[in-house]
Ligand binder design. Structure first.
Ligand SMILES: NC(=O)c1ccc[n+]([C@@H]2O[C@H](COP(=O)([O-])OP(=O)(O)OC[C@H]3O[C@@H](n4cnc5c(N)ncnc54)[C@H](OP(=O)(O)O)[C@@H]3O)[C@@H](O)[C@H]2O)c1
Length: 324
């Protein structure tokens, strides 16, 4: 079977396509014939050895996938051969077949295509966990999303709307802002042209936003923090801009803010039932048309490097996928 392999740490062009033996399911495992995988910004970091997860070489990147269960090992009751499923692992999905713990698999709706389904577990899962469990976002509150047209940003815009919030989408170009407006954002801020703090304050009549969702970090985190209302909640999602912000704790004290860390992968390991219930909710919303699960582009496994370069080059709107 074909597999995208990282045999040495580096950039997307250092990845190789290899031919590997097919996996066998161990106890509690299922072998899935992968139909599509979706890529994330962190895949560009993991292959460079710059992410918190550092797999032994060689390994396949890609954390989320959709496919068909082909075989199951002993002690597997919830999925059976022929089931169409999605799943989220730390890495290893960019290959034709994978053996995974059956507990990581969720059955997908009959009408959903594999490419869209592959890209919902990390992004929409993180956003629902962050907004519902960590920020406790309430209907009628105002949510500002940074990097709003990226994979995880778009998911936060759409989950925020599904939870009844007013969503202000913030991104670096007018094209990206038109894209998120078309997918439900109520207001937009172009932080490449506008002062982020002032724009968020203006859009809330000087009051400030209730929740900030920040997957970007760098220079945008502090102005976004300073644009929150009393009791605001700041969700630390990631650092796509590269710099890890140093936030002023005096402002956190003065405005009674909560700064909330979000670690989807670790949470799903600690709360397997919560993982499955969260993704079941996401798939239900996808089937109902509440979430777009928008795919920006699909590449074959052989062109995984180009797919990752779209993400690293800040070009992707929604998800970039690999068809298998
Ligand atoms: N906490 C968690 O559990 C969790 C889970 C999943 C992902 N994440 C993190 O979320 C972040 C975003 O992931 P993603 O897959 O959604 O990425 P993505 O689709 O590439 O989106 C990231 C966005 O960040 C902005 N950005 C600003 N500076 C950038 C730069 N130098 N390079 C690339 N993008 C830049 C871009 O928006 P503009 O051009 O509009 O600024 C881009 O759309 C990553 O840091 C990832 O590790 C965290």
């Amino acid at each position: 079977m074909k597999a995208v392999l990282c045999t040495r740490l580096g950039g997307p062009r250092d990845l190789e396509l290899a031919d590997l033996p097919e996996p066998e399911p161990g106890p509690g495992e299922a072998v899935v014939a992968v139909k599509a995988v979706a890529l994330n910004f962190f895949d560009t970091l993991i292959i460079a050895g710059k992410y918190q997860v550092r797999p032994a070489l060689p390994f396949s990147p890609a954390a989320e996938f959709a496919g068909v269960v082909e075989r199951v090992g002993g002690d597997v009751a919830d999925v059976a051969p022929g089931d169409r499923v999605i799943g989220n692992i730390a890495y290893g999905a960019a290959r034709e077949k994978i053996a995974v713990s059956a507990g990581r698999l969720i059955k997908m709706p009959a009408a959903m295509d594999f490419t869209r389904a592959a890209g919902v577990s990390v992004t929409y899962g993180t956003s629902l966990h962050a907004l519902r469990d960590r920020a406790k976002l309430r209907a009628g509150e105002t949510l500002a999303v940074l990097g709003a047209a990226g994979g995880i940003g778009l998911s936060a815009v759409e989950v925020g709307k599904a939870l009844g919030a007013r969503v202000i989408a913030c991104a670096s170009s007018d094209d990206k802002l038109a894209f998120v407006r078309a997918r439900g954002a109520d207001d937009v801020v172009n932080y490449a042209k506008q002062d982020l703090k002032e724009a968020l304050r203006e859009l809330t009549a000087g009051k400030g936003v209730d929740v900030v969702y920040d997957p970007v970090g760098g220079a945008y985190a502090e102005p976004a923090l300073r644009a929150m209302d009393w009791g605001g909640r700041f969700l630390v999602i990631g650092f796509a801009a590269g710099g890890i912000p140093q936030l002023p704790l005096n402002i956190v004290l003065l405005k009674s803010y909560d700064v909330l860390g979000v670690h989807w992968g670790a949470w799903t390991e600690r709360d397997p039932a919560g993982y499955r219930a969260t993704l079941a909710q996401i798939l239900k919303w996808c089937a109902a048309g509440t979430l777009s699960a928008h795919v920006h582009a699909v590449y074959p496994l052989e062109r995984a490097a180009e797919a990752l370069e779209e993400i690293a080059g800040r070009k992707a709107m929604g998800k970039v996928a690999l068809g298998v």
